[in-house]
Design a protein. Structure first.
Length: 278
């Protein structure tokens, strides 16, 4: 299991420095697809595995594909899990594959009973192959399907009940979704089944102008915004202290900047632990 601490997303520009410095950070997360080909990258990760718990975060399993999970991709992921023995394995509530074509986007889904059935079957198949519980992450929202009949938190709760999967609550995504589509981010968090939430993600976002209206983009390219820190603190009161990750994928800063963000999260985790213990 990952410790109740803050980890960082390990990206290529920082691998050599992390190997050299061995910074004090709770755990490391990597994108699974970057390590499926073997070679020097995975050997470096194996060196770090002895000192840091690892998390594999998938971006290509396409849990929402009505065609089902790609068998070859799932097998590659399964072999990687067997090799690295990560503490956590997670994926997104999205789709990215159709007709054998892989799209470089995490595309949204309508929240309907039909979609729940499709995703439930795919999650169950993935968990059977991996031999472990999968964590499913809420997406950032930029549009709403007219046919969606189930609120997003309820959809995630139903998926967890149906499959036994856990939930990865991306707090920045909650903030982005509610800002873009309307809604109360605190109420969104309060509607999530606290017993199913096993991990939190934090990241920065960009604010774009669309015909005079601000649109938030989950670009993982800046520090965590102050309102998101506030939602994180609410999340800790709601879910208790749980493993938390700082993501930073674009305009990747110096490692010390990333570690500074992790320290902010760690301080809040420690404070929440004191409150829960009391």
């Amino acid at each position: 299991m990952c410790p109740v601490d803050c980890g960082i997303g390990l990206r290529a520009p920082h691998v050599a420095e992390v190997l050299e410095r061995r910074p004090a950070v709770g755990w490391l997360e990597v994108h699974a697809e970057n390590y499926m080909g073997g070679g020097p990258a995975i050997r470096a990760l194996e060196r770090l595995r002895g000192e840091y718990p690892l998390s594999l975060h998938g971006v290509g399993l396409s849990l929402g594909s009505v065609e089902g999970v790609d068998a070859a991709h799932l097998e590659r992921l399964g072999r990687l899990v067997e090799r690295l023995q990560p503490a956590l394995v997670s994926e997104h509530l999205s789709w990215s594959v159709t007709g054998g074509a892989y799209l470089n986007h995490l595309l949204p889904l309508p929240y309907t009973d039909e979609a729940l059935s499709v995703i439930g079957d795919n999650v169950a198949r993935a968990q059977d192959r991996l031999g472990r519980r999968l964590l499913v992450e809420n997406p950032s929202g930029y549009l709403r399907f007219r046919g969606s009949s189930i609120p997003e938190p309820e959809f995630l709760n139903a998926l967890a009940r149906r499959t036994g999967c856990a939930l990865l609550c991306d707090v920045n995504n909650v903030y982005v979704t509610c800002a873009n589509l309307g809604g109360d981010a605190v109420a969104w968090l309060d509607a999530l089944d606290a017993s199913a939430v096993q991990e939190i993600h934090l990241a920065g976002h960009a604010v774009n102008d669309a015909d005079g209206r601000p649109i938030l983009i989950d670009d993982h390219g800046s520090p965590v915004a102050e309102p998101v820190w506030g939602l994180f603190e609410h999340s800790l009161r709601r879910f208790g202290p749980i493993p938390t990750l700082i993501e930073w994928d674009t305009d990747v800063p110096a490692l010390d900047v990333l570690l500074g963000e992790a320290a902010k999260a760690r301080a809040r985790l420690a404070k929440a632990g004191d409150v829960v213990a009391a």
